[in-house]
Design a protein around this ligand. Structure first.
Ligand SMILES: *Cc1c(COP(=O)(O)O)cnc(C)c1O
Length: 436
């Protein structure tokens, strides 16, 4: 019985609601029909809201789909940490109180060469903490070309205002010179900040001041220089055949005193904000009472530690770290997968749509490398009936599968970029359940 399986309370409430709706609509229905509706309603309510999906959008690190997938080591470490008590803030050697950040601090210092490191909830929190700690009630000059919106409510000028800082806009949208920065520095300046324009690029007649020049200028005035990298990878992506993306190591070498970046963008880990840099400044960040409100829980710390451990062996990173494995997946492998799928997907769509295979370009996503695109292949499903409604129905049918398949609609077709499809058997196995 439904009540045995799911509990009396849910079932009684569902029956009451359904009877009420029938009465309101002046409709009569048999008991059988009521039972069926009741089961559907209760099971609908109990189905997890957040579920696994196939990300075939062509954007590998898709913010709306949870960004970076985690390696199995990190998943296991998270489960282990969540299941039982851990030495989260407990020093096993001395028996004294410990610091939760210490579980990842050593790795971050070794991997970036930084003097010190700390972590918070996400990179937005990292930027916020840096600004609030070092520049509250004082001025921060930022180039007009870097006053970015990352998406959602993360706009640099708003974050600065909430952190209690006064933004001083420097230069113009397309060109900012060292002299502009020099002129903006005064007695109320707290720090100099550079924001990596991660989700767009200004092209044409442009000029920006290099990290090294800004660092030199800031230090001449005894001010700290902070770089918000946004994404930020701990390896040189060019070594894996990908476009180069600035690293925290490069920013530190150029003279940055603090560098902030995300845990779940190119790093390939859980949501987190990493801050590396000078020990004296990181100590101030750790002492800010806000740090407590921005801290990571034990599950994510365990995941981050497990991911950082993989970086100790860069030779095997592109097979062991899913984000890097997907980004470096050869186009020929994706094409071969596409050919195998085509022979199954074509017949499954029967008379509804024509299936084909086309080359396409994947995006890294999450604001990383906005211009560079990766060669890939797409399954292209074109409805036989013309019009947007048929296309929308087709996309909805794939979203209604047990593991929803998310693609992209473009040029009159539903497109599935196959770069991120690794679980081929599960994808094929659920095709018979398509309700077209
Ligand atoms: C993504 C990004 C952020 C925000 O990072 P989250 O981890 O999403 O909070 C901040 N600054 C830059 C430049 C970014 O690209």
């Amino acid at each position: 019985m439904l009540a045995d399986r799911h509990g009396r309370q849910l079932v009684v409430a569902a029956v009451r609601d359904i009877l009420g709706e029938l009465r309101a609509a002046n409709a009569g229905t048999g008991d059988e029909e009521i039972a069926t509706r009741c089961r559907a309603r209760v099971e609908g309510q109990l189905r997890p809201s957040q579920r696994r999906v196939f990300n075939l959008t062509g954007t590998v690190l898709h913010t709306n789909l949870g960004r970076s997938p985690l390696p199995e080591e990190a998943v296991q470490a998270t489960a282990d940490a969540l299941r039982d008590p851990t030495n989260l803030e407990f020093d096993l050697e001395t028996g004294d109180r410990g610091d939760r950040t210490d579980h990842v601090r050593g790795w971050l210092k070794r991997l970036t060469g930084a003097e010190a490191a700390t972590v918070v909830n996400n990179n937005a929190a990292a930027v916020f903490l840096v600004l609030n700690t070092l520049a509250a009630r004082r001025e921060v000059p930022v180039s007009r070309g870097e006053l970015i919106e990352i998406g959602g409510a993360f706009r640099m000028p708003d974050i600065m205002a909430r952190a209690g800082c006064k933004l001083v806009e420097v230069g113009t949208t397309n060109r900012t010179h060292l002299a502009d920065f020099a002129a903006a520095i005064g007695p109320r300046t707290a720090m100099v900040m550079k924001v990596h324009p991660s989700n767009y690029a200004i092209e044409g007649f442009t000029a920006a001041v290099s990290d090294a020049q800004l660092a030199e200028l800031a230090h001449r005035h005894d001010l700290p220089f902070a770089v918000d990298l946004g994404s930020g990878t701990l390896v040189d992506l060019a070594a894996y055949g990908l476009p180069h993306e600035p690293t925290p190591m490069e920013a530190l070498r150029a003279g940055a005193d603090l560098v902030t970046f995300s845990g779940d963008k190119l790093l390939g880990g859980p949501q987190a904000g990493v801050i590396v840099g000078r020990a004296e400044l990181v100590r101030k960040l750790d002492r800010n009472p806000l740090k407590r409100a921005l801290r990571l829980d034990k599950g994510r710390l365990a995941a981050l530690e497990a991911v950082l451990r993989l970086y100790a062996d860069p030779d095997r990173l592109s097979t062991r770290l899913p984000a890097l494995r997907l980004l470096t997946r050869p186009s020929a492998t994706i094409e071969a997968l596409g050919r195998r799928l085509l022979s199954v997907v074509g017949p499954a769509l029967a008379d509804v749509a024509e299936a084909g295979l086309q080359p396409c370009k994947s995006q890294i996503g999450s604001g990383s490398l906005p211009i560079d695109r990766l060669e890939s292949w797409s399954l292209v499903l074109a409805p036989k009936r013309a019009g947007g409604a048929a296309l929308a129905r087709l996309a909805a049918a794939f979203r209604a599968l047990p593991i929803p398949v998310i693609g992209r609609i473009e040029d009159g077709a539903l497109r599935f970029d196959l770069r991120c499809l690794e679980d081929e058997d599960t994808f094929i196995g659920q095709l018979p359940e398509l309700r077209l």
